[in-house]
Design a protein. Structure first.
Length: 97
């Protein structure tokens, strides 16, 4: 089995893909701000799950799963901010949350 077969990794990758797609419509002035931060946080979710999968020691695995969970919260915070300032549609924000 590969980490790519883990349902949680698939879901995380789907979130990163959706974030990438809707953030394409953000203003150009956000390229090095919200757009970049949001995309990195969203992609970090699946990356940390994959890294945890590749670790042999249980405590290492747990640490990277916690990092992934932290990235989920960071992504949610950026999405909420984007919703509040009008960059992200409320339905998209709610669906991703």
């Amino acid at each position: 089995m590969s980490f790519k077969e883990m349902p949680v990794w698939v879901d995380a990758m789907n979130v990163a893909e959706e974030v990438f797609k809707f953030s394409e419509g953000f203003p150009k002035k956000e390229d090095y701000g919200l757009t970049s931060q949001l995309r990195r946080a969203a992609l970090s979710i699946s990356a940390n799950i994959a890294e945890a999968y590749g670790r042999n020691h249980t405590l290492d695995k747990i640490k990277f799963y916690y990092y992934s969970r932290g990235s989920v919260s960071e992504t949610q915070s950026h999405i909420e901010y984007g919703r509040r300032i009008g960059y992200i549609n409320a339905n998209i924000a709610e669906n991703l949350d």
